[in-house]
Ligand binder design. Structure first.
Ligand code: SF4
Ligand code: SF4
Length: 355
């Protein structure tokens, strides 16, 4: 494909490359946000429409909606062959499709000094830098989720717009043409909305230059399994007891969570019936006829499916956009020890007082 282009068309196009001649990009995302498709579109735009050579592939983990996904793109001049399919470990640019990943993944792992970190967030780049550090990086933020909600698309094309602008060497029209070609095949009705989403991601990216030349760069930490064949216990035993209790599912939420409105609740329990992750926390109200009263949601286990919002007959659960700190402020924590006042034989799951 790249051979069809005159070599000179791509010469000088890449702003910087590593020792192997590659400009490397990593998308950090979760299943369901479309990072794989975004990587594919970006690579196709560079190779088919900008005279570069390149490669794209993704790493899906357990291939479930809501679990971490990485997508990788490499560009080089057309004379260079791309023979490696190794994950991008020292990228020039990282785009984080879900802000929650900042808590659970080392998203900036290996970013080079002067590299670019773009986060899907309503925060300003300065706020993001205060939160993350990394003085030696360009920091960009874009409210890709807000754009996607308004345009009725997904965050991937908004992030693609932001990434295209931050890279600076790929003409937006090359990406736009690839978006047209991609969506026209299967979803022609989505072409225009995705083009608008791309353009808004491009225009609404806020990008701030590095504050320091070398200081505060994220170190490269090689990943990999904690246990290898030399030290894994026999039989592949899970060595972390109670791990499903410790698990934090909050990064699986795709930007929205259920907010509980105590004043509307009639304690019918329907939300608890449909919730797949036992997120609802109840207390026992003592008296002649003891009954159960809903206290709220333990967001540590909530993956944001919003089935509870759909089922609630009195709108005591409300879908809200997840902003920084909202889940922590509204969380009612599940306690795994008998609560004061509970008698032997009563359920051990009790809760803190309602907030
Ligand atoms: S479904 Fe609604 S009313 Fe019923 S317990 Fe849950 S929040 Fe309360
Ligand atoms: S959105 Fe509601 S039903 Fe879904 S996991 Fe969270 S609390 Fe449970």
């Amino acid at each position: 494909m790249a051979e069809e282009m005159a070599p000179s068309a791509a010469q000088g196009l890449l702003p910087q490359t590593d020792g192997d001649g590659f400009y490397e990009i990593r998308f950090e995302s979760i299943g369901g946000l479309g990072a794989h498709l975004a990587g594919q579109i970006l690579a196709e735009a560079g190779v088919l429409r900008a005279g570069l050579n390149g490669a794209h592939f993704s790493s899906y983990g357990s291939e479930k909606k809501g679990t971490p996904v990485k997508s990788f793109v490499r560009f080089c001049v057309p004379e260079r062959e791309v023979k490696t399919t190794a994950p991008v470990q020292k990228p020039h640019l990282v785009a984080v499709f879900h802000e929650g990943l900042l808590r659970t993944e080392k998203v900036a792992n290996g970013l080079r000094p002067g590299g670019i970190l773009i986060v899907n967030s309503t925060a300003s780049p300065a706020e993001m830098r205060r939160r993350l550090g990394f003085g030696c990086l360009w920091i960009g933020t874009v409210d890709a989720l807000g754009i996607a909600v308004e345009e009725r698309t997904r965050v991937n094309t908004a992030m693609l717009g932001a990434v295209t602008r931050a890279m600076g060497f790929l003409a937006p029209e090359a990406v736009r043409e690839t978006i047209r070609a991609t969506f026209r095949r299967k979803y022609p009705q989505l072409v225009e909305a995705n083009l608008r989403t791309f353009q808004r991601g491009h225009d609404e990216l806020r990008l701030e230059p590095p504050e320091a030349e070398e200081d505060g760069c994220p170190a490269f930490e090689p990943g990999g399994p904690l246990l290898g064949y030399l030290d894994a216990p026999l039989g592949g035993a899970v060595t972390n007891p109670g791990n499903s209790v410790l698990k934090d599912l909050s990064v699986s939420r795709q930007g929205f969570l259920p907010v509980f409105l105590r004043e509307k609740c009639i304690d019918c329990g329907l939300c608890d019936v449909v919730c797949p992750d036992l997120c609802f926390v109840w207390e026992t109200v003592p008296g002649a006829r003891r009954w159960r009263r809903l206290l709220g949601v333990d967001y540590q286990y909530c993956k944001g499916c919003l089935k509870c919002v759909e089922i609630c007959p009195v709108q005591a659960l409300e879908q809200q956009r997840e902003t920084e700190g909202l889940a922590a402020a509204r969380r009612v924590q599940t306690r795994l020890a008998p609560a004061e006042g509970l008698e032997a034989g009563e359920p051990v799951v009790a809760a803190q007082a309602a907030r």
